[in-house]
Design a protein around this ligand. Structure first.
Ligand SMILES: Cc1cc2nc3c(=O)[nH]c(=O)nc-3n(C[C@H](O)[C@H](O)[C@H](O)COP(=O)(O)OP(=O)(O)OC[C@H]3O[C@@H](n4cnc5c(N)ncnc54)[C@H](O)[C@@H]3O)c2cc1C
Length: 409
């Protein structure tokens, strides 16, 4: 294991692996990624892998678009499949206001070079045989996004970075972090590591890792459910995969998984996980599912997609998902702690991880972020957000689900 490096990244999920890869592409190869267990052990292994282009801010869309590009590049560099399914996505308009907002996005997507159009209900029906378009006002269609295999993508990124000279150490928990002469000293289970720069890509664990330094990061985990159905007859007869659907009324996303559907639910009253401390022995585990909480959403989903009332449920996964008070990741330096960087707080880390790593790696290597995006800067919350305030803000972000903010940027 390298013990004296330019950069040590803590956390081997999609975000840490993406950053290791991007640093190696930009020429920073004296790097070490340190993972407590296996790569993807946190939230990454059980994610649905959705990588849409649609984001409420045009600039966030650059992070989404950069992610698909990054994963496909890592696939090419490593020879390891990232399992990209280019299904496209439909974001249905459930009110005239939503439709109006989707139309406002058209110019922004054109600027970004991303295929985007607002389609009418008959086109939704043609693209997706299971959606009842009654009461819809069309949809935003992004035909070139889809989903990846999160574990395949993480491993492809790590392999491509290792081929470029980076080191990856698994089963190596970081036990403590301290400032050192010209950088940082990490105590790990495999011995000490010195680094000029450290990057915390440890999701909700970042809060606990930084607490002893007096750094208060408002990162908390909610439970998040996804449900996978048995095969659906309408899908059996179609050769291509249908587009993913996102619906603010139902507060669910639904994409094809095999010949069935996978739906992720944003509950109205989110439940937090491990508020009093992340269990030390937390492994690649799922949390007990709670179907009662999902029912109000599933009932609405059955209105939108009547086939959901007929098909059996194969699996329900409930896993921890990391949140910040405004729902956006924390990316960049903490200026009061030179050499300490954050890449934490991702609730759509598969969708934005690759592009965020590109953004941050440019910042680290060139001294400036790749483009202007202050809404994600790591120091934006200061050091004094109380736990109660963070939880209240996260609750309102989570229950916002797919509803857009009133003003789009
Ligand atoms: C059910 C469900 C479905 C989801 N579906 C999607 C989706 O479709 N699309 C999407 O974009 N997002 C989805 N997400 C969210 C997504 O899983 C996360 O945003 C993403 O995985 C976060 O990646 P990460 O690298 O930031 O964190 P993690 O994957 O959690 O990685 C953090 C890593 O840090 C390691 N670590 C912690 N402490 C230490 C330490 N002391 N020393 C060393 N290593 C340490 C952990 O072991 C872990 O591997 C879903 C989440 C859930 C729960």
């Amino acid at each position: 294991m390298k013990t004296d490096v330019q950069v040590a990244i803590i956390g081997g999920g999609i975000v840490g692996a993406s950053l290791l890869y991007w640093l190696s592409r930009l020429g920073w190869k004296d790097t070490l990624l340190i993972e407590r267990r296996e790569l993807t052990s946190g939230s990454t292994w059980h994610a649905a892998g959705n990588t849409t282009y649609f984001g409420p801010y045009a600039q966030m869309t650059r992070l989404f678009a950069g992610s698909i590009r990054t994963y496909l590049q890592a696939q090419e560099d490593s020879g390891q499949s990232v399992g990209f399914h280019q299904t496209g996505s439909l974001r249905v308009a459930t009110t005239p206001r939503e439709r109006e907002q989707f139309e406002q996005f058209t110019a922004k997507y054109k600027d970004l070079g991303i295929a985007y159009s607002v389609v009418e209900n008959d086109e939704i029906a043609a693209l997706h045989p299971c959606v009842d378009t009654h009461g819809l006002y069309g949809a935003a269609h992004t035909p070139t996004d889809g989903h990846v295999d999160p574990s395949g993508a993480t491993n492809a990124l790590a392999l491509a970075a290792r081929n470029n000279g980076a080191d990856v150490q698994r089963h190596c928990p970081v036990l403590s972090i301290q400032p050192d002469n010209n950088g940082w000293l990490l105590e790990t289970e495999k011995g000490p590591v010195r680094a000029q720069h450290i990057v915390l890509a440890a999701s909700f664990w970042t809060r606990e890792l930084l607490q002893p330094l007096g750094i208060n990061t408002p990162l908390y985990a909610t439970e998040h459910h996804e449900l996978i159905t048995e095969s659906v007859a309408q899908l059996e007869s179609i050769e291509h995969e249908v587009p993913a659907i996102r619906d603010s009324y139902v507060s669910c996303s639904v994409r094809q998984e095999g010949k069935g559907f996978l739906t992720g639910v944003y509950e109205t009253d989110p439940v937090f996980w491990a508020l009093d401390g992340i269990p030390k022995d937390f492994k690649e585990e799922l949390l007990p599912p709670n179907t009662e909480r999902l029912m109000p959403h599933l009932e609405k989903l059955m209105q939108r997609m009547p086939v959901m009332a007929e098909v059996g449920v194969k699996t329900i996964n409930n896993g921890p998902m990391c949140w910040t008070p405004d729902g956006l990741p924390m990316l960049g330096p903490l200026p009061e702690h030179p050499g300490l960087w954050l890449a934490s707080g991702f609730n759509v880390g598969i969708g934005t991880g690759g592009g965020s790593a590109e953004f941050l790696a440019h910042w680290m290597v060139n001294g400036n972020p790749l483009f202007d995006l202050p809404v994600v800067h790591a120091d934006r919350f200061g050091n004094n957000v109380s736990r109660e305030a963070a939880i209240e803000s996260i609750k309102s972000c989570y229950r916002q689900g797919y509803r857009l903010p009133d003003t789009i940027h």
